[in-house]
Design a protein around this ligand. Structure first.
Ligand SMILES: Cc1cc2nc3c(=O)[nH]c(=O)nc-3n(C[C@H](O)[C@H](O)[C@H](O)COP(=O)(O)OP(=O)(O)OC[C@H]3O[C@@H](n4cnc5c(N)ncnc54)[C@H](O)[C@@H]3O)c2cc1C
Length: 339
């Protein structure tokens, strides 16, 4: 086993923010049978660890002293079906967008609005990825995991995943390595066109196919978000704050353009990007870090930034937002400490 652990592996090319980062110990696994040995290594060395997927929602430290476990499990299969739906199992290391492409090409409905989100299938349930009115939990049946502490494979049913906005049980249980996710997808269309941009793009299209809706979402995203292969970023850097309707109404009376999305009878979600943009910070840059010119919610590493540079810039934004609106912003990507 020990010969598969690599020492001092650079992670710079393995995170979309391209932060300079070195893993003191690093292992890639494309076979679930390696997991018990990895677990044994962690126990014997009493080391910290985390799972790395596509590195598109993570802030890496300059040096990580523990073990980085890079998930490379591949494979997609339809495992059962009935008249209305299909169960599809995807291994955790599959590229998320390739998987969405596969499901839409097969005519299955459900994941179209989540097209073009970077990263892997295994990371999708961790923050319950979402876009254009759809969250991945809407289509997850169960998640298959390996528990590093108990050295056991387990199935976590959807109801036990405690999915919320950009959150799940997995964020509190880093001992669980996701190995596969099983999705229930639909044979008949139930389209989510609640977002104005999506509805506009689909106007006049009848008998919508999953591929058509996917193409429309891709077009919208490409116009608004930077391609991480060209501009180093991790997508939205802050969560959209969820506040009581009382607080939101007060904000709205001062800022009537503020976009508001109803959550339930008591809470609403407001646009963090708008709050930052309204401070005049869209496209603002300080040395190595800045906000993206077309979307203030996205932070960009312009050259050689470290985790500290990014967090300093993010804190500057958080402070300005707090001062102006009395609203607390929370950082979305996972901050990895040095281990
Ligand atoms: C341009 C851009 C646009 C984006 N748009 C969206 C969007 O619209 N909606 C959205 O929700 N997100 C978005 N994101 C964020 C990101 O793509 C998602 O959160 C994605 O699911 C992260 O996947 P990853 O494989 O890169 O995870 P990583 O960044 O590698 O890891 C993220 C977290 O998941 C954990 N993890 C990863 N794999 C596993 C596993 N197999 N088992 C256990 N834990 C694991 C890691 O330890 C870490 O805590 C965007 C990012 C970018 C760069």
């Amino acid at each position: 086993m020990y010969n598969i652990i690599q020492k001092n592996q650079s992670l710079c090319h393995l995170n979309t923010l391209r932060l300079k980062s070195l893993a003191v110990n690093y292992v890639e696994f494309s076979d679930i049978n390696l997991l018990p040995s990895i677990s044994k290594y962690i126990k014997e060395h009493k080391c910290q660890f985390f799972v790395l997927g596509g590195g598109s929602n993570i802030l890496l430290p300059e040096v990580y002293n523990g073990l980085v476990i890079h998930c490379k499990l591949e494979g997609v299969a339809c495992i059962s079906q009935n008249n209305t739906s299909m169960l599809v199992r995807a291994m955790a290391g599959e590229q998320w967008d390739k998987f969405v492409e596969y499901t839409t090409l097969h005519g299955f409905f459900g994941l179209e609005n989540l097209s073009l989100i970077p990263g892997t299938v295994g990371a999708a349930p961790i923050q319950n990825i979402g876009a254009y009115g759809v969250e991945v939990c809407d289509f997850i049946e169960y998640v298959e995991v390996y528990d590093v502490l108990e050295k056991q494979f387990k199935i976590i049913k959807k109801k036990d995943c405690h999915f919320q906005y950009r959150n799940s049980i997995f964020k509190k249980m880093p001992n669980l390595i996701v190995v596969a996710v099983v999705f229930q997808l639909l044979k008949e269309p139930i389209l989510n066109l609640e977002y104005v941009d999506v509805a506009k793009c689909m106007t006049g299209v009848t008998n919508v196919t999953p591929v058509e809706l996917r193409n429309c979402v891709i077009k919208i995203r490409q116009a608004k978000l930077p391609d991480p292969a060209i501009i180093a970023n991790v997508g939205s850097f802050f969560h959209n704050p969820i506040l009581t309707n009382g607080i939101v109404n007060k904000l709205k009376s001062n800022y009537n353009n503020l976009p508001v999305f109803r959550v339930d009878d008591n809470y609403s979600k407001i646009s963090a990007g708008w709050l930052i943009d309204n401070l005049g910070l869209k496209g603002y840059r300080e040395n190595k870090v800045g906000t993206y010119e077309k979307q203030a919610l996205v932070l960009v590493n312009y050259s050689d930034a470290t985790q500290t540079d990014i967090l300093d810039f993010a804190n500057m934004i958080k402070n300005k937002v707090k001062q102006k609106y009395d609203v607390e912003l929370n950082i979305e990507p996972i901050i990895i400490e040095k281990g």
